[in-house]
Write a protein that binds this ligand. Structure first.
Ligand code: SAH
Length: 250
């Protein structure tokens, strides 16, 4: 059997119980060496065969999976965070599909929610934003249509920007077409890793602060008034609000 497993953001306890169990049972593990914290491999049994996909291209990854399957082994393809977000799993799944190899996906804690937990924020706040935009600056691997940051900024939604901290200056410039310059920004470097760094600022000063800290990879850029001080209390826990499970007080 083949499993695509979300390893979570870094902290080895942030993999799911299900993901941990298949990892403990795995004969072959192919992991994204540059991003998945190596200590997560401590869950594996002795004698496990480990590949680092950072050094492999797609045909080599598929070949490693195929070999494992041919030998009746349990194969885990370990991805950072959740595999469905910038995981490049589609091309692997399609290739396995062509070969008639069955697989299962076990989700993981994506780094954007891990980053929110570290800055102790809620993305969806009544009266502020009920929408989260997950995106990246168009980069080396091609742009997505309609994905220009300046277009997305017009929604003034809560935003989590992946893979873009190396261009923080341009990111800020594009965001300023939609957000005010005092909009809160948090850059979370290696959320939940021991070397985690959190840099807070606004669109006005964040680029400078990030340059000072020399952060140019492996960070989330969180943007929006959800990190500000104003919001409305939720109706759900309002004492006078009735819903399916609770009658409101007069
Ligand atoms: N599938 C992953 C994202 C892979 S793309 C997920 O769900 O999180 C890699 C990018 O994710 C990095 O450039 C960075 O922007 C972000 N990222 C991954 N792990 C991170 C972490 N622990 N802290 C902050 N950002 C992280």
């Amino acid at each position: 059997m083949v499993y695509f497993v979300g390893a979570g953001p870094g902290d080895m306890e942030l993999i799911t119980v299900k993901g941990m169990k298949v990892l403990q049972n795995a004969d072959v593990v192919i992991y994204t060496g540059s991003l998945v914290s190596g200590n997560i491999l401590a869950y594996c049994k002795e004698g496990v065969q480990v590949y680092n996909s950072a050094e492999m291209d797609l045909p080599e990854v598929i070949e490693a999976i195929q070999q494992g399957v041919d030998q009746g082994k349990s194969v885990v393809r370990l991805h950072t965070g959740d595999p469905s977000i910038y995981g490049a799993i589609r091309e692997q799944m399609d290739e396995l599909g062509k070969r008639g190899i069955e697989f299962e996906i076990i989700p993981g804690v994506s780094s954007f929610v891990a980053a929110a937990s570290r800055v102790k924020a809620e993305f969806t706040l009544p009266g502020v934003s009920q929408t989260i935009i997950i995106t990246r600056k168009e980069g080396r691997t091609g742009s997505s249509e309609g994905g220009k940051l300046s277009e997305l900024a017009k929604h003034r939604a809560s935003m989590a920007i992946f893979l873009s901290v190396q261009s923080i200056g341009q990111v800020v410039e594009e965001l300023l077409t939609g957000y005010d310059e005092d909009t809160p920004v948090a850059v979370v470097y290696k959320a939940t890793w021991p070397e985690e760094k959190i840099i807070r600022g606004t669109l006005k000063d964040i680029a400078e602060k990030v340059a000072e800290e020399k952060i140019d990879r492996h960070a989330q850029i969180l943007v929006g008034d959800f990190m500000g001080s104003e919001y409305e209390l939720s109706k759900l826990y309002d004492a006078s609000f009735s819903h399916m499970y609770r009658r409101g007080k007069e």
